[in-house]
Ligand binder design. Sequence first.
Ligand code: SF4
Ligand code: SF4
Length: 390
Amino acid sequence: MIKRVEINYRGIYQKTLARRIGSDLVLIASRLGKVAFSNGRYSDAPERDGIPCKYFVFVSPDLPEEELEAECGAKLDIDVADVSIVLDDTMVKGVEPWAWHGVRPINEKVSADGCLLVVTRREPTQLLAFIAAKPHPYRLATLEGDASLSGLWVFKDDLTHERVLGAVAAVDPGIVTIDAVADYLADEGREPRRAEAARTAHAATVQRIRPVAPDAGISWTYAIPELPAWDAFGEGVAVPGVERRSELGPGGQARNAGFPRGTTKTERPVVRFDLCTRCTLCWLECPDGCFDPTADEYYDVAYAYCTGCGKCAAVCPVKECIVMVDELRFEDTASPWAAYRRDPAAYLAWAEGKKGPERRSYAHITGTGVEVRPAPAVRARRTRKEVATR
Ligand code: SF4
Ligand code: SF4
């Protein structure tokens, strides 16, 4: 028997967290007398911030090491997962780890008796509003918490690591047990709070596992490419390439329509066009060329290409003009500028509704947790319509 775990994480920001969870599951399973190993897709240095990545863990109570390695080691992906961990709940919108794989449902690999385990503060019904329906039942468990984001090679020691280990024991004790997790975390002089965090998360997760009925969820709208099997390649060294679909944005930006990167972001920028001074900084500084100049010299946002890096919000000199907002508050990638042009007042109400009354900032490099503060007051500006008719 083989237990398969996949850890969905955001490239760079959660790389170290995912690797630690994977390697600790292997060590804990080994202490239980099982054979286990982990490997990762993009396990080198993913150069693209935020891109969905995967680590894998394989555990067997009865196979010898060579057989487990032969069965699971040479594959770039798995066919089914007993547990699929999601370290950032915005990935429930789909993951696009490889350009030519298309946007995939986050639960694509979860088996009929498997579990999708999501670190989130949302309710399961809110998550299922984005998750694809499956033809078979499975389980959905939530572990209360925020996306633990940090910098390359940096580990943010906010106990997410320990809490996820406890939650895995809750959803599938056939992989690791909570006693084994706690013993491991208590060893080697580690602080007692680490084992306590795992046990608390275990107890909470047991209460937050729910069955998902067949067909619960949404119809998946993204096309899934048909990929050739290894034995479908022709003889010789020429392998047909994937069609390049590069095109230029309205401002001359180089874009690959075959890989718009819509699944890369945890947050997206919301722009108050009425506050914009047309200083051009967002357009100049966006690393992905997502700001499209408009005929009236403002800057629209091509959300489908935005990676959510937050640089535009950091450089915009006008208070509250660009604010980064949780990606799960949005249903589509429609042009905000077009909406503003259609109905300025309605757009401003929409923008403020999305921004909400709080501003959250993540300490990406060091520190723990998320800083939450009230939104600063901004003097209301005239709408474009009012300016035009003045
Ligand atoms: S967050 Fe802003 S700067 Fe970063 S990719 Fe998106 S639009 Fe560009
Ligand atoms: S940086 Fe801010 S003020 Fe400047 S053009 Fe962009 S949105 Fe407008």
